[in-house]
Design a protein. Structure first.
Lengths: 645, 348
């Protein structure tokens, strides 16, 4: 074992739930048989008389599970779920003194009361575990893997074992926090140290990856099996993969001020030409996230590229281990596979180190991470380009996205269907969950960054990350960090963006500028009323300008209004945005050219940025040119249709 | 068949099209008038959205993806799912006919216009084939021949359209649905792309066969007025079946030349760059010249199909009388729907 590897094997935080697992993969039966020794410490202030376990493979047990019912038979990308069943069975569960806990095991459904769901089990302890006390539980289990349709399973010789062993829930002062496996949610666990031995057929030699560092490779006495052992301290989950076709690429990340990291890329052979793209993205992420949130503290990072038939295992994060996904036709001008690599690595912070409850506050990992992903991608790769799928091949459209985070804008219409700070499984549907948790949160944070400035935002993020590393933060903890950095209360912003379903849309409804007219009517002249203004008023002066800015969305945020006049003069005003509209008038000044609300485009939550500016004079050039273009292509389209028949 | 033979037919067709440029002009006018239906709604919508928008000034030269995304989201009444349908035609899943129900506004009008264009095309094809066979034809011939063939050609066109719809459904959509589960089980993306390529190739071949069959029937319908309608139809089918390679070659050359024209257009991209490259009037003129050239090639293709179906008589079986007596009866009795033909009927 290299000396440098010692650090990762030492705990970075006091463990709560540690596991020693020894397992054997049966490739024919697609099953894993294992024994685990759970060492669990009660770190609450109250005694624990029960233990609750996640048995998440049981989500694939049958169509009566909560996961299957919620999914309506569709996978993460709308594809049908494979009717390939998975399950985890507990064969033995004993305490150190050999007390058998299995007879007391009962399946519970704390979220929806579904009696058929077996993804959470509870066992009653013969004696309550006192605060600060540690117990050890030995468990024998048998996991049957489904063919990959959501995150975990097999496809041919490929295996990705995630959520594959009985894992204890999180005990809080209020009781067990151990949610069922839902269609629209990820996970929540306590930190601990993992030591896992995996026994596989020998043909997988050198083609195995897992959470943590490989500390042992040993051929079984029979010669046809090989045993790998991985260890990692201070993480809250363990996943592993094996595929005899993996192309293994190694790299090492080194940057002054950050922790050195050994990167292992397990790539599909048909993507061999994209190895450097993956590695460059991983290095960019290690640097970009590390500079803002503090160094990634682990020694290893394993990146897994699942095969075509197991793409649903891609785009997931586990401690020190991420699954990505790419295409044989990944254009270099498009942020793919870079985007998914950076994003999944980012979860090492927003999920890994800042282990928020993904069930209850999904935006804290997905949304915050989507925001940071956009920042890293923008800094390293510049503008992204939308693509067109041509019979499975990705073709870039050659159009820049204004800001990388703008890719999230297309979900606006869906995002307003639900309050954003909703528990993951209580969203109306998967689209709303994604739009609110990922996209809307990313845009809200990008807006906040522009309101605060990037420097202040970075300081707040760093404070939040430092305070909550290896713990379970909540949104209020991030708000508190902002408060502490700025010295101001920002609850109003979160009330309006996270705890609301309102949309944001400011628009300039009116911008006029007409030559000032001399006043008319009766005026006092030498003590009497006479028609016509006195000479000093009769003289025409400049232009009278009127600008009306409206708040079309339900959500009010403070905005700037910029007026541009002839001669280069400008006028800026700040509007709190609370009323439905506001009006600015200028009398006798230079001619107004245009009025823009939010001229610096700070409010990225604005659903329609194209009504934010209004010119006084019409400029028909763009519309005329685009009409000619459109009609030209309509002619071509008609010709294509008629030439055929 | 030899490549040279197909190329020769296509080349002769192009040459014939150049001698009758009014045919391309007629097609161009038809398409322009059809497109004109959309000019006002498109123009009004764009002027309304862009003329006073600060974003408009950024879009004179280049497209703004954000604007396009916002337009579709904020104004679903303008296009409906038109963009999704257009993009969906290029996906592995394809587009189902039921999705047409989600079209709105300009998008719905554009698709309706396409159906109208198909019907008008039936008229235009009658005119084109009829005119191509007359040495001293004119624009009047085009109109006359178009109207004369219209009932029969409309039936052919609708039948062809239906056949193409069936081919799309059963060769592309249904196979995609049937293979969907198996596709996800393949171990490499390369294999999945190969399966998709096979589906696309099968569809393209089927559509090409349908088109060539239809064009062959049309050509024979015009060339053999001496036969009764049913015989003309089957003669057209037989002609296509007897020269499939030659006809296919003509179609391939037509596709290559058309694709080359588009490549040149996209490479030059006169629309881009705003006023720095092409002022508005030269831009519109350039666009219309491009459309005209493309239609010239299209007429050339139809002439090429006629040429490919023309059977050169073998010398040993040819008999050319030195003179034809004035009182001699017509060698080719005309069918009831055929009028007097001013030129020779041809040697098909």
């Amino acid at each position: 074992m290299p000396v440098g590897a010692l650090a990762q094997l030492s705990p970075l935080t006091p463990p709560i739930a540690s596991y020693e697992i020894s397992c054997r993969l049966d490739t024919a039966r697609k099953a894993i048989e294992g024994t685990e020794l759970l060492t669990w410490t009660n770190r609450t202030a109250y005694p624990a008389s029960t233990l609750q376990f996640h048995l998440y493979l049981n989500a694939f047990r049958n169509t009566l599970s909560t996961f299957w019912k919620e999914s309506r038979g569709e996978g993460r990308r709308g594809t049908p779920l494979a009717e390939s069943w998975g399950a985890v069975e507990i064969l033995r569960m004993t305490l150190q003194d050999n007390t058998d806990l299995l007879p007391s095991l009962a399946y519970i459904a704390p979220d929806d009361g579904n009696a058929e769901d077996r993804t959470v089990a509870e066992v009653r302890l013969p004696r309550a575990v006192a605060p600060g006390e540690t117990i050890a539980v030995a468990i024998d289990f048998r996991s049957r893997l489904p063919r990959v349709s959501v995150r975990t399973g097999y496809n041919g010789d490929f295996f990705l074992a995630a959520q594959w062993f009985p894992k204890v829930g999180v005990l809080e002062d209020s009781g067990w926090n151990c949610h069922q496996f839902h269609f629209t949610s990820e996970f929540f666990s306590d930190f601990g140290d993992y030591d896992v031995a995996i026994d596989l057929p020998a043909r997988y030699r050198g083609r195995v990856g897992a959470t943590g560092r490989q500390v042992e490779e040993r051929v079984a006495p029979s010669g046809d099996r090989i045993i790998y052992r991985f260890r990692q301290a201070s993480v809250h989950d363990f996943a592993w993969t094996a595929d005899p076709t993996y192309l293994v690429v190694k790299d090492r990340f080194h940057e002054a001020g950050l922790h050195d990291v050994d990167i292992t890329l397990l790539l599909q052979p048909e993507h061999s030409g994209q190895a450097e793209r993956h590695l460059k993205a991983a290095r960019a992420a290690l640097s970009g996230y590390g500079r803002v949130l503090g160094a990634y503290p682990y020694d290893t990072l394993t990146i897994v590229d699942p095969p075509w038939g197991a793409r649903q295992a891609g785009g997931m994060e586990y401690p020190t281990f991420i699954t990505v996904g790419t295409s044989v036709s990944a254009p270099s001008s498009v942020h793919s596979p870079e985007g998914v690599t950076v994003h999944e690595f980012g979860h090492q912070f927003f999920y890994g180190l800042l282990a928020s409850n993904e069930f209850e506050e999904p935006y804290l990992d997905e949304g915050f991470n989507t925001y940071m992903t956009s920042r890293v991608l923008a800094a390293v790769y510049g503008p992204n380009h939308p693509t067109l799928s041509v019979f499975g091949l990705k073709v870039p459209l050659g159009i820049d996205l204004h800001y990388p985070v703008d890719a999230n804008r297309r979900f606006f219409a869906v995002a307003t269907r639900d309050i954003h700070a909703t528990k993951s499984w209580k969203f109306r549907d998967r689209a709303t969950y994604g739009a609110a948790s990922y996209s809307h949160t990313a845009l809200a944070l990008a807006t906040l960054e522009r309101l605060l400035t990037t420097n202040v935002m970075d300081r707040a993020l760093r404070l939040y990350a430092d305070r909550w590393r290896f713990r379970h933060p909540r949104l209020q903890d991030f708000i508190a960090a902002i408060h502490d950095v700025t010295g101001r209360d920002w609850n109003w912003f979160f009330d309006r963006t996270f705890f609301s379903s309102g949309s944001v849309d400011y628009a300039v409804d009116e911008a006029t500028s007409v030559p000032s007219k001399a006043p008319r009517g009766l005026f006092e002249k030498e003590g009497t009323l006479a028609e016509g203004p006195p000479p000093e008023l009769a003289k025409r002066r400049g232009y009278d300008s009127i600008v009306t800015v409206a708040r079309r969305g339900e959500t009010a945020l403070p905005v700037e209004i910029l007026l541009r006049f002839e001669g280069g003069r400008t006028h800026r005003a700040v509007w709190d945005g609370e009323a439905r509209w506001t009006r600015l008038t200028a009398t006798g000044g230079p001619k107004l050219l245009e009025a823009i609300v939010d001229p610096e485009e700070k409010i990225l939550l604005d659903a329609d940025r194209f009504n934010n500016g209004l010119r006084v004079e019409k400029d028909p050039r763009a519309a005329t040119r685009w009409t000619s273009r459109t009609v030209f292509w309509v002619q071509n389209l008609l010709d294509f249709l008629t030439v055929a028949w | 068949m030899s490549a040279r033979h197909s190329l020769g037919c296509f080349g002769k067709g192009l040459a014939l099209a150049l001698t009758k440029p009014y045919l391309a002009v007629s097609l161009w006018l038809l398409q322009l008038f059809l497109s004109a239906v959309l000019i006002l709604p498109i123009s009004n919508s764009l002027h309304d959205l862009l003329d006073r928008s600060v974003a408009g000034s950024r879009m004179v030269a280049n497209p703004d993806y954000g604007w396009w995304e916002t337009l579709q989201r904020e104004h679903p009444d303008l296009l409906g799912n038109f963009a999704d349908l257009a993009a969906g035609l290029l996906t592995t899943e394809g587009v189902k006919f039921s999705q047409l129900s989600e079209l709105r506004g300009i998008g719905a009008a554009a698709v309706s216009l396409a159906f109208l264009a198909v019907i008008l095309h039936a008229f235009a094809l009658g005119g084109v084939f009829g005119t191509l066979r007359e040495p001293n034809a004119s624009l009047v011939t085009f109109g006359r021949e178009g109207m004369r063939r219209f009932p029969a050609f409309l039936i052919f066109t609708l039948a062809t359209l239906a056949a193409a719809g069936f081919a799309y459904r059963w060769i592309f959509l249904e196979t995609g649905q049937a293979l969907r589960e198996r596709m996800t089980r393949l171990d490499t993306e390369g294999k999945a792309l190969a399966v998709t390529a096979l589906r696309v190739a099968a569809l393209v071949l089927a559509l090409a066969a349908i088109k060539l069959l239809a064009d062959s029937v049309r050509a024979i319908w015009v060339a053999r007025p001496d036969l009764p309608p049913v015989s003309r139809f089957f003669a057209g089918v037989a002609a296509a079946l007897s020269r499939p390679a030659r006809l296919f070659g003509v179609l391939v050359y037509y596709a290559i030349v058309t694709a080359a024209l588009y490549v040149v257009w996209l490479w030059l991209d006169p629309s881009a760059g705003g006023e720095a490259r092409f002022a508005l009037v030269p831009l519109i003129l350039t666009q219309q010249v491009f459309v005209f050239v493309r239609l010239l090639v299209k007429v050339g293709y139809y002439a090429g199909v006629s040429e490919a179906l023309t059977r050169a008589p073998r010398p040993e079986y040819s008999y050319l009388p030195s003179s034809v007596p004035e009182s001699a009866p017509a060698a080719e009795p005309r069918a009831r729907d055929e009028g007097a033909v001013e030129g020779p009927a041809g040697g098909i």
